[in-house]
Write a protein that binds this ligand. Structure first.
Ligand code: SF4
Ligand code: SF4
Ligand code: SF4
Length: 289
């Protein structure tokens, strides 16, 4: 007969207070599960479950769950919660505890950050692939090649499109007029959870390109498709530049101007399912959880 879970609600309250996650406000609506980009791609990270476990006082179990390392720290779960619960804050708290208790070493953490950075390369190469052809399958060889293959800056990758019908008036109204206040301080880059190598993804670089009028280069870049729509750049900008909306407008115009094949979004969705699966498996191996 299997062992039963023994809830400790008082300990759950202590976890809530220490993590400042407002976990007890959760009414298990599941909004966070539907918003989480990792869960959307893989069904393997449910923020609601982590909050529930914390409320039951199951800290020891949480410390050994690989899910806490699947998280991208994007905070979309927190932003969508109708009851101001912050699963992302709770996850950060549990991660810190694993380090404090010596469950995870600093060397493992360093290798995790390296993997995380290289995974953004994989995402870039996957979008690049989807620009030009269907995403059939991800092989081990592709995964390892994409992890290790650096991205050259401003690589023009949409091979089929010789010229893009850019409407400068629409561009000015929808995009560039909204970014002029940027003074390249880099607060957005510091806040962005997926910031990595500049040639792969850096919001400040993309906003600078907008201000320099590099429309063609932006439209041909896989980087704009790496944004996970979390809005942390927007919230961090003292100049009130809405970075999240800017990138969404660029993507919208790329679609409107026919830069992309009609099934591009489906291809990316398919690719995400494959590459996130590999990413999570690498995390499982790294942490041995
Ligand atoms: S912070 Fe982002 S990746 Fe992490 S659980 Fe929340 S929605 Fe998912
Ligand atoms: S935080 Fe704002 S002002 Fe600073 S680089 Fe980003 S967009 Fe520009
Ligand atoms: S919305 Fe901003 S902070 Fe979030 S991923 Fe996109 S660029 Fe980065």
């Amino acid at each position: 007969m299997g062992s039963f879970i023994t809830p400790d609600v008082n300990f759950g309250r202590q976890i809530e207070q220490a993590s400042q996650s407002a976990a007890s406000m959760c009414w298990t609506c599941g909004s966070c599960d539907f918003e989480c980009p990792v869960n959307i791609a893989t069904n393997r990270l449910r923020p609601q479950k982590i909050v529930r476990m914390a409320n039951l006082g199951l800290l020891e179990d949480l410390l050994h769950m690989p899910e806490i390392w699947y998280c991208l720290t994007c905070r979309r779960c927190m932003n969508v919660c109708p009851n101001t619960v912050s699963p992302s804050t709770l996850i950060a708290f549990v991660r810190n505890k694993t380090l404090f208790k010596g469950i995870v070493s600093t060397d493992t953490l360093r290798r995790y950050h390296t993997l995380f950075t290289k995974f953004q390369r994989v995402r870039w190469h996957a979008v690049n692939h989807c620009f030009n052809e269907e995403f059939e399958n991800l092989t081990d060889q592709m995964w390892h090649d994409w992890l290790e293959q650096p991205v050259r800056p401003l690589t023009s990758t949409i091979t089929k499109k010789k010229s893009i019908p850019i409407d400068k008036d629409i561009w000015a109204t929808m995009v560039s007029s909204r970014s002029l206040a940027c003074f390249t301080c880099g607060e957005c880059s510091s806040a962005c959870p997926i910031i990595c190598e500049r040639s792969v993804f850096d919001p400040r670089v993309l906003f600078r390109m907008i201000n320099l009028g590099m429309v063609d280069e932006l439209m041909r870049s896989p980087s704009i498709w790496l944004c996970i729509d979390c809005g942390r750049c927007t919230n961090s900008c003292s100049q009130l530049v809405d970075g999240r909306q800017l990138l969404n407008q660029v993507k919208e115009l790329a679609t409107l101007w026919g830069v992309l094949d009609i099934d591009f979004n489906l291809r990316v969705e398919h690719a995400n399912q494959a590459i996130y699966k590999y990413f999570l498996n690498e995390i499982d191996q790294l942490f041995g959880l």
